[in-house]
Write a protein that binds this ligand. Structure first.
Ligand code: HEC
Ligand code: HEC
Length: 201
């Protein structure tokens, strides 16, 4: 079980790495520029905040998200592989360079404050996260890495929605690894994991 998930994690990263390398090999991309990114992100501030903290529970925090994760989600919204929150329309006008710059800006911000919650639920969420190896991909403290999202300090309401969407297949993930990770989770598991992740710094 553990070995199978680890293999999946490695395959997922390898798949994504080749995707990114292919993408960058034939473009003359400038290095990501967080200062330019801040200027380009003005339209995003109305919902995601200048500090990268969403203004309401259904809007995700972007502060301290790995830059590749932000970029890849924006590419998916632009291509309409992922839909939600009018993000398809907002991403439609962004170039690859805009996305990399904006991602550099948001990823450079201080991480969101941990959120308090029901202690029993949080402990159960930690247990599920360990037994399901969520941290093998999302990092020991669910802080995210490479193209894999930060879950620590994220809005629990947002996490619940996304996990249900990924479980049902209404949000299609890039290589199916996250889909299979979510498939075995009950609604209660999802609520507990969301409370745990939100409580992390
Ligand atoms: C009108 C409010 C609104 C605006 C403006 C907005 N967003 Fe969003 N954004 C959302 C919502 C809501 C979601 C969650 C969508 C879903 O349910 O899947 C989201 C999701 C995202 C995600 C996915 C995060 C993750 O953890 O997967 C990224 C990245 C993102 N937005 C970046 C941006 C950027 C960059 C801009 C500016 C160009 C922007 N957003 C403008 C509301 C907004
Ligand atoms: C094999 C690696 C892997 C494992 C194991 C894994 N994830 Fe993921 N997760 C991903 C990837 C990759 C994405 C991005 C999916 C996409 O949009 O293409 C993701 C996305 C997510 C998202 C959406 C985040 C956002 O900001 O929108 C949530 C929530 C999530 N995972 C929770 C979990 C939980 C909870 C577990 C354990 C039950 C888990 N993941 C296990 C790789 C993994």
């Amino acid at each position: 079980m553990k070995a199978a998930l680890k293999t999946k994690a490695i395959l997922g990263v390898a798949f994504f790495t080749s995707f990114v390398l292919l993408g960058s090999a034939n473009s003359d991309a400038a290095p990501p520029d967080a200062v330019a990114g801040k200027a380009k992100a003005q339209t995003c501030f109305a919902c995601h905040g200048e500090n990268g903290i969403g203004i309401s529970p259904e809007i995700p925090n972007l502060a301290a998200q790995p830059a590749l994760s932000i970029t890849y989600q924006l590419i998916q919204f632009r291509g309409q592989q992922r839909k939600g929150g009018a993000m398809e329309a907002l991403a439609a006008g962004l170039s690859d360079q805009d996305m990399r710059d904006i991602a550099a800006y948001y990823s450079s911000l201080p991480s969101p404050p941990p959120q308090s919650g029901n202690a029993e639920k949080i402990a159960r969420g930690q247990q599920i996260s360990n037994t399901q190896y969520c941290n093998s991909c999302h990092g020991a403290q669910l802080q995210g890495q490479k193209h894999i999202a930060r879950l620590a300090g994220q809005s629990p309401e947002y996490l619940v929605t996304q996990l249900k969407n990924i479980r049902s297949g209404s949000r299609v993930d890039m290589d199916g690894t996250m889909g299979s990770a979510a498939r075995g989770l009950s609604d209660d598991d999802i609520e507990a994991i969301a409370a745990y992740a939100a409580s992390l710094k």
